[in-house]
Design a protein around this ligand. Sequence first.
Ligand SMILES: Cc1ncc(COP(=O)(O)O)c(C=O)c1O
Length: 386
Amino acid sequence: MPGPPLDRADFPVTGRWAYFNHAGLTPLPAPAVEAMRRAAEATALGGSMAAVALQEEGERVRAGAADLMGVPVDDVAFVKNTTEGLGFVANGLGLGEGDRVVVPDLEFPSTLYPWMALADLGVVVDRVAPQGPGGALPVEAFADVIASGAPPQVVATSWVQFGRGWRTDLAALADVTHDAGALLCADVIQGLGVIPCQLERWGVDFAMADGHKWLLGPEGLGVLYVRGERLDLLRPLEPGWASVAHREEWDNLDLVWHDTARRLEGGTPNTAGTAALGASIDLLTKAGAQEVWAQVDGLCDRAVAGLGAIGATVLSDRSPAGRSGVVTFTVAGADAGDLVATLKSAGFVCSPRGGGVRLSPHAYNTTDEIDALVGAVAHAGAFVGD
Ligand SMILES: Cc1ncc(COP(=O)(O)O)c(C=O)c1O
């Protein structure tokens, strides 16, 4: 039988844990650790003499990230995390009195706060209520809220909801958003790296993700996509030496923006983190986006079937269009936090999120690990109430 699409030998975590928390924080693959070590060593040995090669490596990583997102390389900026990318968009658009933003009512804080924080400027934020136990956000529900008031300037959502994994149809939402004259901002951290992604074709205007979840990268380095024709709508919030067209002409102090998304990167890049993210993206690219998704989707299906068979309740919406790499479940009478702790003591890593236990496997996980987890849940469930 062929092994999983991502080679388990590249993931030291597999020696100790059955790790199902990629919606939280990925364990770094060994090639990423090695790339980070090599970048740090190059700087140790050469200081400024290493910088050019490391910055060239950064451009290679930018191209790899752009391919994964399905966007032109010039539309990608590195950011320190998803939150920074969201802040660049929410604060860079110049929204003010009477402007309106439509968001889901149930979100990760960082996807909401940048918009809510504009209230003191007179920006109104209206919410779309999730539906059913899976927290579904059908595009019609967005359309209803969009139509219920003045035309909004922005619709902002996560691609995949962090708690129970509902996946919003970004292509359909982009159509509805643009028909209303608004821009679509998608936080893609819970989908990028696991679900095949075509942000440009889907019509998304802005998107962002940090590397530390499904991209298998280090913490503190993410990517921001700004559709080329929207770039001039964003006021660069951190202008610096790297923001301009004539980078490194130190005597030229004209403020002429770089004509790509690179203008949003004001200062010195995180070269060691970039090298590590590049190695992680290389693993995903080599495995193949479709193969990665097929493996994770299959593992989630298997978990859903196994958990159902032992009487657990799966909360996640597993409809073909709404599913993702996240499966959240409950066991009657069991507290999710307690269950996560019990599973951890048996060697399984997952999180208490979305009102249950959240599983988020990646493409190096196996069906054997899922079956063992289901066995451990059954065992833990049997002791509930004892
Ligand atoms: C949907 C979503 N957005 C943003 C974040 C946080 O991103 P960052 O820490 O990269 O800013 C998370 C983390 O769990 C998330 O699930």
